[in-house]
Design a protein around this ligand. Structure first.
Ligand code: FAD
Length: 536
């Protein structure tokens, strides 16, 4: 049986281990630390990040424990420049929960799946040969060779894997230093809204955390400025008073203040032979917008099913190149956008300030821009339309897609509530059970049957054929359908906008692989994906 060594037990490595173990791949996680990391790091779990945790069976208590961020305000001193708030019926774009809790939930899931995390095992060297990769791991008993079929470096920004594989990490650091601290603060700010104060010395942000009166404070310092981080309460009080232009509230620091420089870097490649990179090992960027940890979860979710297919001998290794082709552009866009956001917030040039305060912030109050912003932060619209796995459009297909506004191959398949024939409710993505799913709309037809049979020949039990009907009365199911889903609130139809007798094939990461509107042959598409790792 093929084996995978995951280096690094941060959120990316743990999520990847869940993906692989859940798909029957023999996986070991090694981390040089003596145990789980504590301390303040990422706080924002995007809606897509939470969806991925559900997908992995690792969400546990997190949705209940997290603060659902429903709004944000931008201020200059006490003056409010902009304010956005989700409507009560809108789902949150971001959940605020500490990275340590997310990692704990993922570790629990790794244990449930029978996986092992080897703490105090540091990757110190790599040796290739005999069609495998051998990691030299330094543990409490000294150095030992650990051969594996594949090695994935999820070992963070200073990745040893990346250096040993000779992959460049291109980019630079922003000149400012950032501070981060958690505190219990006695003030009357809404407990489900984040706030940002713009000040000539830099920005200060306050984010509510789980727990009564708990807040995360981050602040940028001007270039070259030095502060005394040994007295956290004094420092926080001073920053809160200066940047808000109001007396400091009563507060109690929850730990030390950490100082860090923001790097913006992207790995030149994500794969070198049998070695791959994911998470911070492949990309680092400004924490503005809270995307970092989630980007790593997205990498793991994209790589997991592909590596499992390759490791289990069911797809060609070239499929792994589609991982970089799909995920690297997402990381590049995040590096670009978060840099622009950070620079826009930090710039004190008069022209930038005017543009920010009189154009950008007022625009953010308009409904379309507000919706767009919330979608962008949620990461729900991250997709791979231009990637190597999206089928070309047949004549007429593009026009139909534009006309109906239907999601296209590469897009994330929207989730929706459905009713099962026994009357209980569930979600569409949960019914996929982590595999391939063929959604069929309209009454079963011979063409649909042929489609399901052709795909099943290649995918076997990994394919679930799901028939979507408006009610159990109108459902006319067939023996080749695995499950009937009743679209009782029309949420599936609203999400997928199907044409008559449409069919949509969802990949194991919930993105649309193929849909009938494209007019291409799905079985040839699937064969190209599995045999060549590219469909065009
Ligand atoms: C102070 C701070 C504040 C942050 N704030 C935010 C924020 O607000 N929002 C946000 O989205 N992100 C934030 N981040 C970034 C976020 O924490 C990272 O994006 C996230 O941790 C990346 O996860 P990862 O699993 O890829 O890497 P990491 O979490 O860095 O995990 C890497 C793991 O690899 C292990 N390792 C390293 N080298 C080796 C080796 N040679 N052998 C074996 N194991 C090794 C390490 O011990 C570690 O456990 C912050 C980071 C820091 C440091």
């Amino acid at each position: 049986m093929a084996t995978v060594l995951v280096v690094g037990a941060g959120p990316t490595g743990l999520a990847l281990a869940c993906e692989l173990l859940g798909r029957g791949v023999d996986t070991v996680v090694a981390d040089r630390a003596p145990g789980p990391a504590a301390g303040s790091r990422a706080l924002g779990l995007t809606a897509r990040g939470m969806e991925i945790l559900h997908w992995l069976g690792a969400a546990g208590e997190l949705p209940r424990r997290a603060v659902a961020a429903m709004g944000a305000g931008v201020y200059a001193g006490p003056r409010r420049l902009a304010h956005v708030r989700a409507r009560p019926q809108e789902p949150p774009s971001v959940f605020l929960i500490g990275q340590a809790e997310v990692e704990a939930a993922l570790r629990d899931r790794v244990a449930e799946l029978g996986g092992t995390i080897r703490w105090e095992h540091e990757l110190v060297d790599l040796a290739a040969g005999d069609g495998r990769v051998t990691a030299i791991l330094k543990g409490p008993q000294g150095e030992a060779r650990h051969p594996a079929d594949w090695l994935v470096g999820c070992d963070g920004a200073h990745s040893t894997t990346r250096s040993l594989a000779g992959i460049a990490f291109e980019g630079d650091a922003l000149p400012q230093t950032f501070l981060i601290a958690d505190a219990r603060i006695d003030w009357d700010r809404p407990a489900d809204e984040t706030a940002v104060w713009l000040h000539p010395d830099g920005v200060l942000a306050a984010l509510p955390m789980p727990g009564d009166g708990q807040w995360r404070i981050t602040a940028s310092l001007p270039e070259g400025a030095r502060v005394d981080t040994d007295r956290p309460e004094e420092l926080l009080r001073r920053l809160l008073a200066e940047r808000r232009g109001e007396p400091a509230p009563r507060l109690e620091a929850g730990g030390p203040v950490s100082a860090f420089r923001v790097q913006r870097r992207l790995a030149a490649r994500y794969r070198s032979g049998r070695v791959l990179l994911a998470g911070d090992a492949a990309h680092v960027h400004s924490p503005s917008g809270g995307q970092g940890m989630n980007l790593g979860l997205g990498d793991a979710h994209n790589l997991g099913w592909k590596l499992a297919l390759v490791a289990n001998g069911r797809a060609a290794p070239e499929l792994l190149d589609s991982y970089a082709a799909e995920r690297r552009p997402v990381a590049a866009a995040t590096v670009r956008d978060t840099t622009a956001l950070t620079e826009a917030a930090l710039s004190d040039r008069a022209a930038h300030r005017l543009l920010r305060e009189w154009v950008v912030l007022p625009l953010s109050r308009t409904a379309p821009v507000r919706r767009q912003l919330m979608r962008a932060v949620s990461q729900l619209d991250t997709g791979y339309r231009r990637g190597p796995l999206a089928p070309a459009t047949a004549p007429g297909g593009r026009a139909l897609e534009l006309l109906t506004g239907a999601p296209r191959p590469g897009d994330r398949g929207p989730d929706a509530e459905v009713r099962l024939p026994d009357g209980s409710t569930g979600t569409l993505l949960a019914r996929m059970r982590g595999g391939w799913s063929l959604l069929l709309f309209g009454p079963p037809t011979p063409v649909q049957r042929e489609l399901a049979t052709g795909l099943r020949e290649r995918l076997g039990p990994d394919l679930r054929v799901l028939k979507v009907a408006n009610s159990t009365k109108t459902a006319n199911t067939a023996s080749w359908v695995d499950e009937l889903l009743v679209d009782h609130c029309r949420a599936v139809r609203r999400g997928y906008r199907p044409a008559r007798r449409d069919a949509v094939l969802l990949r194991p990461d919930g993105h649309i692989g193929w849909r009938a509107l494209r007019g291409t042959d799905p079985v040839s598409w699937l064969s190209a994906l599995l045999d060549r790792g590219a469909v065009r």
